[in-house]
Design a protein around this ligand. Structure first.
Ligand code: PMP
Length: 285
């Protein structure tokens, strides 16, 4: 596999980063994941804009222009012959010569920019999209700036492991009984045809897929309500689903012990998945 590191395309075994890199020592970095379908990028513009915002919130320097980023994404997709899969991008505050809590001088320490691809044949037809997934609920004990897409992913990783141990596929996180989001996705319930999802704040990641799906839902005259919902309410919903760049729209058929509806993906989630995939493929670049 060919990867990208700081201006160079290299075989993955030759791409090396300093042990003093701030991401390695302090999780001082941000990332984006963009899906590839039919060799084209889904929602690139949204991901590039969110990256810019994440960098700004952390006073980090942009490693290059948006146009350069698009070019690097395309080059990597082409060099690795990716039909369906994803591009992972990470920007870190770089590697000063030593370990120090204070940020290094941006004049002397350049950001580290890494991109690599993952090939995922049949990404848009994953078996889980036909069966739906089971989620458990866990406490959300992450920090208070979840709107910044940092590489600090230890708790989400632990959440996935807790789900696995419980025989589930993923976890939804809650604060005082209210659902924030999934470990790596935004969470939704459907009751009487109405789609409910938490509104945007620093408490959740502003999903690029969320923005697109809500827009398509409204365009299709579906009712959307952006508000808090409790895990209790979720367990009594008609259906539920999650969205993310790599899973698109994925039905949820069980929350803790509660099986939703007849235990199969619901019509709203199925329809939104279809619309999202159709429209995103059309707009892919
Ligand atoms: N919330 C969290 C915590 C996530 O990690 C992700 C995916 N990175 C999302 C939501 C979904 O965001 P997006 O649709 O931009 O992939």
């Amino acid at each position: 596999r060919t990867v990208y590191l700081n201006g160079e395309y290299l075989p993955e075994t030759e791409a090396k980063v300093s042990i003093f890199d701030r991401a390695f020592l302090m999780a001082d970095g941000v990332y984006e994941v963009t899906s590839v379908l039919g060799g084209k990028l889904i929602d690139f513009d949204g991901h590039a804009k969110r990256l810019e915002r994440s960098l700004g919130e952390l006073d980090m320097k942009a490693p290059c222009s948006k146009e350069d980023l698009l070019q690097i994404h395309r080059e990597l997709v082409a060099r690795n012959g990716i039909e369906d899969g994803l591009v992972y991008l990470q920007v870190t505050r770089g590697a000063p010569g030593d370990r120090d809590f204070a940020f290094p001088d941006p004049e002397t320490t350049e950001p580290t920019l890494v991109l690599f691809t993952q090939s995922k044949p049949g990404l848009a037809d994953a078996p889980a999209s036909r069966t739906g997934i089971k989620v458990i609920s866990i406490d959300d004990i992450r920090w208070g700036r979840r709107d910044i897409k940092t590489v600090q992913l230890l708790y989400p990783s632990m959440g996935k492991m807790m789900a696995k141990k419980a025989g589930a596929d993923d976890a939804w996180m809650t604060e005082d009984g209210v659902v924030t989001e999934g470990t790596s996705n935004n969470a939704y319930i459907v009751k009487n045809g109405r789609i409910v999802t938490r509104s945007l704040s620093n408490d959740i990641l502003h999903g690029i897929t969320r923005a697109a799906v809500l827009r398509f839902a409204r365009e299709a005259q579906m009712e959307v309500e952006e508000r808090d919902f409790t895990i209790e309410e979720a367990r009594e919903a008609d259906e539920a689903f999650v969205t993310s760049a790599s899973a698109f729209v994925l039905p949820v058929v069980q929350i803790d012990e509660a099986v939703l509806g007849d235990g199969a993906p619901g019509p709203v989630a199925k329809r939104l998945r279809e619309i999202y995939l159709d429209e995103s493929r059309k707009a892919a670049i």
